[in-house]
Design a protein around this ligand. Structure first.
Ligand code: BTN
Length: 240
C-alpha cells in the first residue's frame, strides 16, 4: 500500500478532517496535526490536543486487508508496541481504546467510518499519544489520570514517534493475523481480573473481567451470568 503523509499545522480534528476530505485521498493516507482545536475522544468526550502530543489519523478504504471490527484493537497493538520501543514503562491496554502506562492514560484511539449502502466507504483510525506534554501542563480535567512519554518538550520526539507508529500500524494492517492481534490485546490487558463497571448503550454491567474473546469483546462475570460486550466504556475498575 502506498503511504502518503499530510502535515497540518492545526485543524479541528484529524479524524474530522479526513471525514470531510476522504474522497480526495487514497487509502494509506496519514494525516498529522501539531495541534487539534476540537480533538475528539470516544463517547463524545474531548481529547485535549495541545502542541507536544501526536495527533494522527489513518485513512483506510476498500478492499480492507483486515477485519474492520478489529481495527481499534490493531491500532492499540501498534500504539502499545510503538510506546514500548521508546522505553515507556508498565504498558497495558484498557479496553476498548486506551493505552495506559502504570495507572495513567498515555494514548487514546478513536475509529470512525463513513458508511453508505451498508458498506464502509472508508474507515478512519485516529490515534492520540501524549508524547511530550509536560505533566504539569495537562488540562486540569485530566491531570490526575494522564501521563506523557517524555518529560520535556522536544519537537523531534513527536516525529520519531510518528514514524515508528506508521511502521507498526501498516505492518500489522498488511500482515498480522486476527489471532495475533486478539492474543496480544488480551495478554496485555489492564482490566483482566479486576472488578469493572461498563456502560454499553443504556445498560450498565458490573463484575469481574474474565478476559476477552477472539473479537476483543470483553467478558464479564456479572451477578446475572457471563456477559460479552462488544462496545462501551469502562466507567470504573478496581483490584479485587
Ligand atoms: C479517546 O481517548 O477516547 C480517544 C482519543 C482519540 C484521539 C485521536 S487524536 C487523532 C484523532 N483525532 C481526533 O479528534 N481524535 C483522534
Amino acid at each position: 500500500m502506498k503511504k502518503n503523509i499530510v502535515f497540518l499545522k492545526e485543524t479541528d480534528s484529524t479524524n474530522s478532517f479526513l471525514k470531510r476530505n476522504y474522497r480526495n485521498y487514497d487509502s494509506g493516507t496519514v494525516v498529522v496535526a501539531e495541534k487539534q482545536l476540537s480533538g475528539k475522544g470516544s463517547s463524545g468526550r474531548i481529547f485535549y490536543s495541545d502542541i507536544g502530543g501526536l495527533y494522527v489519523s489513518f485513512l483506510l478504504k476498500p478492499p480492507y486487508t483486515f477485519p474492520v471490527n478489529m481495527l481499534t484493537p490493531l491500532a492499540a497493538v501498534a500504539a502499545f508496541r510503538t510506546l514500548a520501543l521508546f522505553g515507556c514503562p508498565s504498558l497495558s491496554v484498557k479496553w476498548v481504546n486506551d493505552i495506559y502506562s502504570f495507572r495513567k492514560k498515555i494514548c487514546g484511539i478513536l475509529t470512525e467510518s463513513v458508511v453508505s449502502q451498508n458498506s464502509f466507504d472508508c474507515v478512519i483510525v485516529g490515534i492520540g499519544i501524549n508524547v511530550c506534554t509536560p505533566e504539569n501542563n495537562f488540562n486540569p480535567a485530566i491531570s490526575d489520570i494522564a501521563c506523557s512519554l517524555f518529560k520535556y518538550s522536544d519537537k523531534n520526539a513527536v516525529k520519531r514517534v510518528l514514524c515508528a507508529l506508521i511502521d507498526q500500524f501498516f505492518s500489522l494492517y498488511e500482515s498480522a493475523s486476527v489471532n495475533e492481534i486478539a492474543d496480544f490485546y488480551a495478554e496485555h490487558s489492564l482490566l483482566k481480573g479486576k472488578f469493572v463497571t461498563v456502560k454499553s448503550g443504556n445498560s450498565v454491567v458490573s463484575g469481574i473481567c474474565k478476559g476477552f474473546n477472539s473479537d476483543c469483546n470483553i467478558i464479564i462475570a456479572s451477578q446475572d451470568g457471563e456477559k460479552i460486550i462488544s462496545s462501551g466504556s469502562v466507567i470504573n475498575f478496581a483490584d479485587v
